[in-house]
Design a protein around this ligand. Structure first.
Ligand code: HAM
Length: 419
């Protein structure tokens, strides 16, 4: 029987890898522009790391097993507990605020569906050691710019902002026990997806009606402490119009302490693009109280983002343009085998100087070599023949040609490749 790929996992053929690299390179360059530093951690972690505060749903989705040494381990489902562990372990070595990012794969045993797979990539961006609204503003701005960099605009996506403290206050006012907050947030989290009857039944156990929830959801931004200062942070950066208050956002992970947010496409035709918030107690929980640092951050997944880029015309064309710019610079066509040595020297010196260059490994007719150059997506063909050291340079897109010396090509290839 033919062995199939596991459900919810992806193969990355070269064109898929090219697209993935486009996403990763764009993420990396935006994160660098915000002065975030890159880190990474292990893909396999002790299961205990997720027992502390990750949330009930995630715990049921772990790829979990015993390793050959009998340790209870799992493939990481998210980065936050790992980065909290890293920071706690060497907290004194880093100047605050710590602004870190990573790009890496994660594993969750979810039902594979549009926007949700069992392996996906995330960029995680987090700030440790600063509990101000300025840090929240910096993170939300970064989340927005990480999407704008793909040509996505205000009409394509937005940030839904909320704060868990408001719901904690809501329960307190109704004399509900605090230890049921997590269970209650679970109901709010599923409000959009659960049928109304299901929500009503769940709320009944709190003695609450759905109308009370609906009224509370209509709370105006002015009534919410801390919302205006955050909005001001974004206004100063020209990003205010990307955000909306939406109290249905509470996030499914247990460690969030206050501000929470998620990014969605405007049509809400996809699952969340990104999610995050403040988690001021996690570092302390992970380090058993030995280090206490406020923290906030978010992660963007590659699956929904890729879907959205492909659905939005201007974003898809931006991707096509960017991928075109990554084409092979030159294909050296060897028109006269007597000059193969010269051709190889030319190929090598261009490659050593940073150009991407290919050529036919075996002798072949010139026409076939040109076909190979086209098939591989080269921008220009360099024909090496009897005129050597003169060469013929042909731009494959418009078929224009010119004669120049190989020495001139080597010296000026960057300008020639740009043209
Ligand atoms: P999360 O909301 O679980 O947050 O995931 C963040 C993003 O990862 C989601 O919005 C989605 O784009 C993507 N994602 C999650 N699960 C899947 C899946 N099964 N398939 C495809 N994409 C998926 C966290 O993971 C938090 N640790 C984020 C964070 C960082 N909070 C603070 N710092």
């Amino acid at each position: 029987m033919e062995i199939q790929r596991l459900p919810g996992f992806r193969d990355f053929y070269p064109e898929d890898c090219a697209f993935r690299n486009y996403i990763f390179d764009t993420w990396r360059s935006v994160a660098n522009s915000f002065a975030f530093q890159e880190y990474d951690g292990p893909i396999l972690e002790p299961t205990d790391l997720y027992r502390k505060k990750s949330g009930e749903e995630l715990k049921t989705q772990l790829f979990r097993f015993n390793d050959l040494g009998g340790r209870d381990v799992c493939l990481r489902p998210e980065m936050t507990p790992t980065v909290a562990r890293l920071v706690a372990a060497r907290e004194r070595d880093f100047k605050k605020p710590i602004k870190w990012f990573s790009i890496s794969p994660f594993f969750r045993f979810e039902k594979p569906q549009k926007g949700r797979l069992r392996e996906h990539y995330q960029i995680n961006c987090d700030i440790f050691g600063d509990n101000s609204v300025a840090a929240d503003g910096e993170l939300i701005s970064l989340a927005i710019e990480l999407h704008r960099a793909f040509g996505l605009r205000e009409e394509d996506f937005f940030v839904r902002l909320s704060n868990r403290d408001l719901w904690a206050g809501f329960l307190r006012e109704r004399n509900e026990p605090e230890d049921r907050l997590s269970e209650f947030l679970g109901i709010i989290d599923k409000l959009e997806r659960d049928p109304e009857e299901v929500t009503k039944a769940k709320l009944a156990s709190f003695g609450l009606g759905i109308s009370e929830i609906r009224d509370f959801l209509r709370t105006s931004p002015e009534q919410i402490p801390g919302f205006e200062p955050l909005l001001r942070e974004l206004r100063w950066r020209g990003l205010e119009r990307f955000v909306e208050l939406d109290l249905t956002i509470v996030r499914g992970l247990d460690y969030y302490t206050g501000l929470v947010f998620e990014l969605f496409d405007r049509k809400k035709a996809n699952r969340s693009l990104a999610g995050g918030g403040r988690y001021d107690d996690l570092v302390s929980a992970i380090s058993d109280g030995s280090v206490d640092l406020p923290a906030a951050g978010f992660a963007i997944g590659d699956v929904v983002l890729t879907n959205l880029i492909n659905e939005v015309d201007h974003s898809r064309s931006a991707a096509t343009e960017a991928l075109k710019r990554r084409r092979l610079n030159f294909f050296v066509v060897i028109a006269d085998e007597g000059h193969r040595v010269d051709a190889l020297q030319l190929v090598s010196s261009l490659r050593r100087d940073g150009a991407s260059v290919d050529f036919a490994l075996q002798a072949a007719k010139v026409g076939r070599q040109f076909q190979q150059a086209e098939a591989i997506g080269a921008s220009q063909a360099v024909v090496v023949g009897q005129e050597w050291p003169e060469i013929r340079l042909k731009t494959l897109a418009d078929r224009t040609e010119r004669i120049l010396s190989s020495e001139y090509l080597c010296k000026n290839w960057k300008d020639i490749a740009k043209a």
